[in-house]
Design a protein around this ligand. Structure first.
Ligand SMILES: [Cu+2]
Length: 316
């Protein structure tokens, strides 16, 4: 007795879904996960990779099958059968992608929300408050340039130094922050200021007064990266953290993360920002807490020498 073709189709479909799920959950295309965000993101990626694998094998498999099964036989010079329209089939092939896309969209939104990325960037009242805060904090010329959207290197150069996102004296900045985790509780977080410019990331540790070209953070402690751009839009991206956040002139952004794996990972500018954009890279070093404290004390600048302490030993 021949096996009904509907049964074969069903079995093939089940095998296809299982194969796609196996690939999605066992083949890893991502670099190591080094932040608390990474597992959340990776769960989404595995689902997307499974769906992509199922579609790829299904479509390419059917294509190859049809090429062989329905090829022109020798001596067959007739036209193919004229087939026009199949309403149930069209409904099914519209409904399945619609459900898949809707599911992926809702799931992605949920993941981004759980990462704390849904702070409204388009809130215009927040933008206005931010602009007026900028205007009061900086020289009028610079503020005007920023408001006109024509920030240049010259405008950045006349901005007072130390005008980083946080004032350094522990006072919370008066600006409106947007970005990943901007709405979350940042008590106890390590606060680091990031200034992005063509073509470098500069990190400033306000408490220790360290300025560094490399980001150093302790493991398992929340870091609040307060980011501002001096010239054009840049993007701070650490693939191992699964985090990317734009750094925007005139719109300070915040990126909260907790590193979970010691090591050195690349920081990449992920926004085409000029001719040397490809060279705009740095590193983030995740330390064990003791190593981080050692790095802090090693790099904290010595207090300016006074007359009374002029005979102290010079620092190495
Ligand atoms: Cu850049």
């Amino acid at each position: 007795m021949p096996i009904p073709s509907a049964l074969i189709t069903l079995l093939l479909g089940m095998a296809l879904v299982l194969a796609g799920l196996w690939v999605g959950y066992n083949v890893s295309l991502l670099p190591v996960d080094a932040s608390s965000n990474a597992p959340v993101y990776d769960a989404l990626f595995r689902v997307l990779f499974s769906i992509g694998t199922i579609l790829f094998i299904g479509i390419v498999g059917l294509l190859l099958f049809s090429l062989v099964r329905f090829r022109r036989r020798e001596g067959d010079l007739a036209d193919g059968a004229a087939i026009e329209g199949n309403l149930p089939l069209e409904i099914v092939w519209t409904a399945i992608p619609a459900v898949v896309v809707l599911f992926v969209g809702i799931y992605s939104y949920d993941i981004y929300e759980r990462m704390g990325g849904m702070t409204p960037l388009n809130d215009h009242s927040a933008m206005h408050a931010n602009h007026s805060a900028l205007g009061s904090a900086e020289q009028p010329g610079t503020a005007a340039a920023i408001q006109a959207g024509s920030v240049s290197i010259q405008a950045a150069a006349v901005a007072p130094t130390g005008d980083g996102p946080s004032t350094g004296d522990g006072k919370p900045p008066s600006r409106v922050w947007a970005g990943i985790g901007a709405g979350s509780d940042q008590q106890g977080a390590l606060s680091v200021d990031l200034t992005a410019m063509q073509f470098a990331f500069i990190f400033h540790y306000p408490q220790a007064n360290i300025i560094s070209g490399e980001l150093h953070v302790p493991i398992d402690r929340q870091v609040a990266l307060r980011m501002e751009a001096r010239d054009v839009i840049h993007a701070f991206w650490v693939p191992q953290f699964r985090l990317k956040q734009d750094v925007i002139p005139g719109q300070p952004t915040l990126l909260n993360f907790t590193a979970t794996r010691p090591g050195t990972y690349p920081i990449v500018c992920a926004e085409l920002c000029g001719p040397y954009h490809g060279g705009m890279r740095s590193s983030v070093v995740v330390h064990e807490p003791a190593d981080f404290e050692a790095w802090l004390s090693k790099n904290t600048p010595a207090p300016p020498p006074t007359v009374a302490s002029s005979n102290s030993t010079p620092t190495a």
